[in-house]
Design a protein around this ligand. Structure first.
Ligand SMILES: Nc1ncnc2c1ncn2[C@@H]1O[C@H](COP(=O)(O)OP(=O)(O)OP(=O)(O)O)[C@@H](O)[C@H]1O
Length: 351
């Protein structure tokens, strides 16, 4: 297994900096997702790792080896991307074999590898078909298979599921994770779909404007986002302007927001300067009526979602989302709720 390290990577296109001083270590066998909005530099970073782009400055290591100046074919990486890029005139088997032939792998070894990968991916019945005789999911699998037969130490994915419908996306996503583990591959996966990132990754690098804002496990990113951008990008977050109440001698700190006064544990670190308060919609606990420490708002919209009901409520012109397990509340009703101090996240307002 091969780890990946980046040391102060920068990519400039003329005067525009697409990747701005990124350093990281990915452990052997780790599954890391690059997540961020369109244009934040995900694909550029992936292309530098695979060798299709040479960084303006900085170094890339695969294992112990500095590969910065090596072309893609001399790196232990394989790339799998969205437009399946299969050769239309070659059968599935020939498509799978293509890279192996180019690498002059002997015939016997080629059929062994193709057989193994076809079996793992359930492609054996399709081997003689042409790509246009396959479904989108099958084509994506061939594309994945083509990368896997090369037995790379590192596999790189660029939005591999974006051409698939929602159901198939779920299936292939599970397959990708299983295959990555079965083949003990180190994986870097690019997406702007946060649900995909949360479900797949050991760690997610949340990118914004050419930088990594936070690199952490999905759980930490969700529960302890380091910046407002991360809180907003990962999961639904209610973000409210906030001020620390000056006279708060009790067990918890009191935070004043337009939606009411929240408590946050004294242990929670408070950033310098202006702050904002964040809570996740599902952490609001509904009360049956007014209570001492209750927050309240007017229900503006209600949307039944099956296993929960989404309420958009408003207080003093600020709206926020609450996810209720079960509720009879309707538009115009008053919702009373609390958020436990440990579920309240305080962030710098400017970050
Ligand atoms: N060859 C290039 N020349 C000039 N600018 C480029 C080039 N390649 C990328 N860029 C710019 O660099 C920025 C990052 O592009 P990149 O493709 O890495 O974004 P991304 O995060 O992968 O976005 P998306 O999710 O839309 O694919 C964008 O603003 C893009 O316009």
């Amino acid at each position: 297994m091969t780890g990946i390290s980046a040391d102060h990577l920068v990519m400039r296109f003329d005067r525009f900096t697409a990747v701005n001083d990124i350093s990281f270590d990915v452990a052997p066998g780790e599954f890391v997702t690059l997540l961020g909005p369109s244009g934040c530099g995900k694909t550029t970073l992936l292309k530098m790792i695979s060798g299709f782009l040479k960084p303006s400055s900085g170094r890339i290591f695969l294992g112990e080896e500095d590969v910065t100046d090596r072309p893609p074919e001399a790196r232990d990486t394989a790339l799998c991307f969205q437009s399946y890029a299969l050769f239309p005139h070659l059968s599935v088997k020939e498509n799978l074999e293509f890279g192996l032939k180019q690498k002059k792998i002997p015939r016997k070894d080629r059929s062994l590898r193709v057989g193994e990968v076809a079996e793992k991916l359930g492609l054996e019945p399709q081997l003689e078909k042409l790509p246009n005789q396959l479904s989108g999911g099958q084509q994506q699998r061939v594309s994945l298979g083509r990368a896997l037969v090369m037995r790379p130490g590192v596999i790189l994915f660029d939005e591999p599921l974006s051409n698939l419908d929602a159901k198939l996306r779920d299936q292939v996503r599970i397959e990708i994770r299983r295959i990555q583990q079965d083949f003990a591959l180190t994986a870097i996966y690019v997406t702007h779909d946060q649900a995909e990132a949360l479900a797949l990754s050991d760690r997610i690098f949340v990118m914004n404007a050419g930088r990594v804002e936070q690199a952490d496990t999905p759980e930490v990113l969700y529960r302890k986002p380091a910046t407002r951008f991360v809180a907003d990008f990962i999961g639904g977050a209610n973000i409210l302007p906030a001020k620390l109440k000056p006279r708060d001698g009790g067990k918890d700190r009191l935070i004043d927001t337009p939606a009411g006064i929240f408590s946050v544990s004294r242990e929670a670190a408070l950033p310098e300067g202006k702050i904002c308060l964040c809570f996740r919609p599902e952490t609001a606990r509904l009360l049956s009526g007014p209570a001492d420490d209750a927050l309240s708002g007017t229900v503006v919209t209600r949307a039944f979602q099956g296993h929960f009901t989404d309420l958009i409520a408003e207080t003093n012109g600020i709206s926020y989302r609450i996810q209720a397990r079960e509720t009879a509340l309707r538009e115009g009703d008053t919702v009373y709720f609390t958020v436990a101090p440990e579920d309240v996240i305080i962030l710098g307002a400017d970050a």
